[in-house]
Design a protein around this ligand. Structure first.
Ligand code: PLP
Length: 429
């Protein structure tokens, strides 16, 4: 029964574009209507009709400790009694910045904003201000939020809905964004040479979550690092998904490659709307009021969001065993899926890094946007719906990563693996 969700969707479509406040929540790519959620606890979501789902979206990443985690809940409750917003600096903002700088290897200074989009938009403005250059390089299928400069060959909902190049982005802005295939260092070098002296920044998801999960090939990140150093280009790792998830210090810690700037979001708000960008001192000192590059936010560093994020990050900092647990459990999930594929004589591709993973319905390796697009989207839709009928909530698009939280147990992983087998059987019967 999903009557209440259906009714809400009917009402929503009258007053909200497409009935959803973010396109990735729509079920357009997989058929059917989105489910409207009423509450969540631990590994589960509960919809308006009272159905329970094992959640593998985890709010698109931030719920790494599971839903309604008590540590975060308590911190928010304590903060609520003090103020919803001061519009003045607070102690918690200082503690938060100190903790982020301590955890993320390349960061020396950090500025809080309110979303991942704000973080990436601000980071490229700062990179341009710092270098005095205009153009940026991004990778096809990477998603960096909905800033104009990034809606060019964009991933995530933009690919899912078939609008990687959004109308509304002016030609002037678009011509300053150069796109190249992910994992292709030679193509990056060609683009840099063709635009010699004009590239302010190269921005990428060091592990891509927004065309499905795509890891960097060996040497790619280091190759970018070396190129940026040689050419005086600011290397920006967009760690909005990977930050504090793949390791305490994010993908840069995992792969031991340090960018000049890093963008963060999601996890640092513990589920509240937060983002941040930071980097080397000399770059971040360009930001107002220390320097001339303007960036501001009435609600930036909001005390409730800071309380939630600080509790989340403190927990992760003090419990590094979280990462070993997630690594082992997600590797068990993927091994289970691979065993299922072998049992059914199917050869699909599964990519995983830490607690992020994706199945692609193609036998070929998926290393970039072109190869991700080889996945059979009709099969993905059937697979998604079969998993949903079994109470497993996956991202309603091929071009998204799945996320595991520590609320997932070994037993629930077995449930997932059994559901995966049944779903593969259903779509191939
Ligand atoms: N960067 C990456 C890598 C993301 O995955 C996202 C969102 O999914 C963003 C930026 C944008 O963040 P937000 O949705 O908070 O604006």
């Amino acid at each position: 029964m999903i009557q209440k969700s259906s009714n809400l969707f009917q009402r929503a479509q009258q007053v909200i574009p497409g009935g959803v406040n973010s396109p990735v929540r729509a079920f357009k790519a997989v058929g059917g209507n989105p489910l409207f959620m009423a509450s969540a606890k631990g590994p589960y979501l509960f919809d308006e009709d009272g159905n329970q789902y094992l959640d593998f979206i985890n709010s698109w990443g931030p719920m790494i400790l599971g839903h309604a985690c008590e540590t975060v809940e308590k911190a928010v409750q304590d903060a609520l009694g003090k103020s919803f917003s001061f519009g003045a600096p607070t102690r918690r903002e200082v503690e938060m910045a100190e903790l982020i700088v301590q955890m993320v290897p390349s960061l020396e200074k950090v500025r809080m904003v309110n979303s991942g989009t704000e973080a990436t938009m601000s980071a490229i403005r700062v990179a341009r201000g710092f270098t005095g250059k205009d153009k940026i390089i991004k990778f096809e299928g990477c998603y960096h939020g909905h800033g104009d400069s990034f809606l060019i060959s964009a991933g995530s909902g933009a690919i899912t809905l078939g609008v990687p190049d959004s109308p509304g982005v002016t030609k002037g802005v678009a011509q300053d964004t150069i796109t190249v295939p992910f994992n292709n260092l030679a193509a990056v070098k060609v683009a840099v040479e063709a635009n010699a002296g004009q590239i302010a920044a190269i921005i990428l998801e060091p592990v891509v979550g927004n065309m499905g999960l795509v890891p960097p090939v060996k040497g790619f990140l280091q190759g970018l690092r070396d190129l940026c150093t040689q050419q005086n280009i600011v290397l920006i790792f967009d760690e909005v998904m990977t930050g504090f998830r793949l390791a305490k210090g994010g993908a840069q810690e995992l792969y031991n490659v340090l960018p000049d700037m890093t963008t963060l979001g999601k996890i640092i708000g513990g589920g509240m709307p937060v983002g941040a960008y930071g980097g080397k001192k000399e770059i971040m000192d360009c930001v107002a009021p220390a320097g001339p590059v303007y960036q501001a936010g009435t609600l930036s560093g909001n005390p409730i969001a800071m309380a939630a994020g600080f509790a989340m990050l403190t927990y992760l900092n003090e419990h590094p065993e979280v990462y070993a647990y997630l690594e082992n459990l997600t590797s068990k999930l993927v091994e289970g899926m691979q065993a299922n594929l072998a049992k059914l004589n199917l050869a699909y591709t599964i990519n995983r890094v830490g607690s992020m993973f994706s199945i692609f319905f193609t036998p070929d390796p998926v290393t970039d946007f072109e190869s991700a697009k080889q996945s059979d989207l009709a099969l993905f839709g059937q697979y998604f719906n079969s998993m949903l009928r079994q109470g497993i909530y996956l991202a309603p698009s091929q071009f998204e990563s799945l996320f595991v939280s520590i609320a997932l147990t070994d037993k629930l992983a077995d449930q997932y693996i059994a559901a995966n087998l049944a779903a593969l059987q259903v779509i191939h019967q």
